[in-house]
Design a protein around this ligand. Sequence first.
Ligand code: NAD
Length: 487
Amino acid sequence: MYRQNFVGGKWIDGGAGRIAVDDPASGAVFAEQACADAGDIDKAVAAARDCHRSGALSSMRPCERGRMVRGIGERLLQRRDEIALCLTRESGKPLWEASLEVEGTARYFEYYGNQAETLEGRSVPLGSDCYDFTVYEPYGVSAQIVPWNYPLEMTARSLAPALATGNACVVKTPELDPLSNGFVAEAVEAAGFPEGAVNLLCGIGKDAGAALAAHAEIAQIVFTGSVATGISVATSAARHVVPCLLELGGKSAAVVHRDADLQRLVDSVRWGIFFNAGQVCSALARLIVHRDIYEEVVEAVVGMAEGLSVGAGIERPTFGANMGAMISARQRERARLVCQEAVAEGAVLATGGDCLQGEGYFFAPTVFKDVTTEMKIAQEEVFAPVLAVMRAEDEEQALAMANDSPYGLVAGVFTENLEIAMRLAQGLRAGQVFVNEWYAGGVETPFGGYGRSGYGREKGREALWNYVQTKNIAIAMKQQQNREAVR
Ligand code: NAD
């Protein structure tokens, strides 16, 4: 199987040759993807710029644009099973998780397609001498750089609002699992977008990604990925005074009060740290538990982790207590080293902590207990199925521990007491707080980080403001005496 890049409405080979794509469940290469170089990025930006200047997308009536955006999602849903199969093979995630991702991707196109015609400016009262109003205009060329953990959903999360608001887009897809984004390009083609409105191309981050971030003709950029790359992208963008949206990593914590519903908590931990093998920016990485129920919670969470069946995603078609492979040998080795270091620092390994034997990039669901805030395992993102459980004496200490992090993507509270939930929700430094269910919310709810987790918000209505700039139009009216003269 070989996938080309989609540039200026055409399928093209890559200036940098091809990328070999492997199956994380076996480690074997099964496909190739065109690999873009800086020249291909130039072509894509030029195609998007020309599309924008032509007005083909930006001048269209918003309800028509909205229909086309929704059309992308509808086409993806029609091919859900085929796309999920491809996504599972290239990413290692269970087939049921891949199907959920295709549905989530389609949902972004539905939601933002519906929003397209809802962006309205306002009229500013300035007295009878002036008539003033605002309009929202697209930036022009929106550049987007996508990570590998949810290659489809992360593409849709930025592409859908950018298109809905009339921007022409250049999307740099992730090199580890680029194939399923080819289906998005096919859906764009079939939905009838003007040539150059959407350009999807894969290339190596430090080459094609860096060339896109530094391009003088992009007007706005969205980066989703690691902090280190985010800083480099924002620095490049700043050189051309290009506004940047950063969606970066996290080390998110849940605070567990002693009255928490244990079953709900364990279900949330299962989703929070073992979904997508823990390779989620908003994973539940730290569990901060009141001392009165600490041992009970550790026992329940370890039991759940040990009950997960870990294996090939393709053999896991239905929702259940299971987990797939990690994305690459490199990510898995990193997780193994972090676990080794945690033991050396004094964290107690309750279960897992190592690679699983056999082919593929499988890692054991891992739980550390007796973790303390100064340990690396409590501070650094592992991006793997590795949970750190910490003991707190009381609510105040739990809150301080949760906030003792340079990140601030999401946080959680588990309690039956509304006052405690609200007090903690107010005190937690994070862009989103889940109460009694990790990942509560949806495409409709704004998402983004405090601190090192980034800036700006994706999802929900908030995201629309990333993709438009406000123009104020003031019309000076004729003065009263002149009006008399006219009469
Ligand atoms: P990464 O930063 O290595 O890569 C992300 C993307 O950037 C890829 O497409 C890559 O090719 C590209 N890239 C790499 N170097 C580049 C450069 N110098 N210039 C421009 N682009 C470059 O991150 P990753 O390993 O792919 O993803 C994992 C990270 O992403 C984790 O830290 C995770 O928390 C974060 N993430 C955040 C969110 C969020 O919404 N906040 C969502 C998903 C992932």
